[in-house]
Write a protein that binds this ligand. Sequence first.
Ligand code: RB5
Length: 149
Amino acid sequence: MNKKIAFACDHGGYELKDTIIKWLKDNGYEVVDFGCNSTASVDYPDYALPASQAVARGECELGVLVCGTGIGMSLCANKVKGIRAACCSDTFSAKMTRLHNNSNILCFGARVVGAGLAIELVRNFVESEFEGDRHIKRVEKVMAIENIQ
Ligand code: RB5
């Protein structure tokens, strides 16, 4: 069965929204759309949080969050327990963060990458799988940090 992908953007990422959702659907992914729905100014945490929670709860397998830079979205996503969000603007990193970090959310900026690169970032992320093996204990150590104050 194909993966269910949580998508969210703010006004800074909105211009790439339709392109990304169309690519995901055309390639057999189910998309849960957490907004936003226009270029009107909004606050990215309001969109990053519900999408990240859907991934953390297992309602969606992976997430794609887009703002102006990708940074605000990734800051928010990484504050949600269970999330490993990676802000990427190159395809190698978008792939490797699945293979080695088992990242479950990809973030990028619509003011940083164009539509063509955005699709390749998404493709490399959703089509790659965690390699496990020696990376398991490292990811476990990353997640253990959630419980340290
Ligand atoms: C909005 O202007 C912009 O700050 C936002 O999209 C994002 O880049 C924040 O990290």
